[in-house]
Design a protein around this ligand. Sequence first.
Ligand SMILES: *Cc1c(COP(=O)(O)O)cnc(C)c1O
Length: 387
Amino acid sequence: MPMRSVYLDYASTTPMDPRVLEAMQPFHRERFGNPSSVHAFGQSARQAVDEARESIARAIGARDAEEIVFTSGATEADNFALIGAAYANEGRGRHLIISPVEHHAVLEPARFLESRGFELTLLPVDGTGRVDPAAVRRAIRSDTILASVMHSNNEIGTLQPVADIGRITREAGVIFHCDAAQGLGIVPIDVQALGVDLLSMSAHKRYGPKGVGALYIRKGTPLVRFLHGGSHERNRRAGTHNVPGIVGFGEAVRLALEVMEEEAARLRALRGRMIARLLVLDGVRLNGHLTERLPGNVNISFRSADSESLLLALDLAGVAASSGSACTSGSLEPSHVLSAIGLDPETAAGTLRFSLGRWTTEEEIDDVLAILPGILEQVRSAAIDTR
Ligand SMILES: *Cc1c(COP(=O)(O)O)cnc(C)c1O
């Protein structure tokens, strides 16, 4: 059945909302000034950057817009948070706690720090990928300086008990970092209620432009800066501001908050429809949590089928999905997230992630559900033939 193309990979990146693109337009040519310049051109750009900062601060319940530092995305924010906090606090201790289901942008800086003499504790997770807050309490030592547990998982969609972890880290005087790239603008996030000191964000996951994000830094959190070369961002990150990107980020977050409740309800309904219809197929399991889950995430393992073949066949039919994480696809290693929740390598190798978003329709979901059983059968019988 020929089909128009269906994009179900919103967790990798999203198209920009046309209203975001429109808000960015003037900052390429008319209001092109450098926000650090004192003249009117500069001040016009500066004002827009400040408004975007306010929009993002409001969205996450930050007390002061100055607690938002713009970055090139969540990868930079994660690196800044981990490496910056580790080196700023090494006098107090060199022990870090992280969850095993973190994005590579957290795991790899953590491994880097380990290679430089810091000590890591990887938390256990249950079969749905959730961290038990009590395990965080047990892992904390007198020399623990930082804990990092993500808000919501990019592969399996699991939401973490962030507020419960935040209460424990606060009591212990441990800095708490949370990667919220997937959750921002889709579920409510309040850094006060969550007890988070450092929060990573990305614009392109929420219908904004690529190459821009931010790190929330709670006032008083010591952090060693990364980029030297100017006094931008109150001496925390040097470099001329990506003004159009920052403006687009602010607008994307503002819009996302406006439609958040309605959009999440719509996505939950589509997700429920898709999961229910997939689970009746033979040899299928749902990964992640049934309810504590990102509204647009469907992660499914298909027995005796490898995800690369499934993805290719889906792509030929015009459907874009993912085998888990854009950053690991193409590699033959099983995803660290699927291993952490206890999937054996064979099951992990037959896993697909469908991520739904703002422009996903019920009709598209039904079209995909209509062709999937055939594709599955084709891939499974090809696997038997080549045995
Ligand atoms: C996408 C993503 C990142 C990386 O964000 P970029 O802005 O693309 O650098 C980090 N963490 C999570 C959980 C993500 O989903």
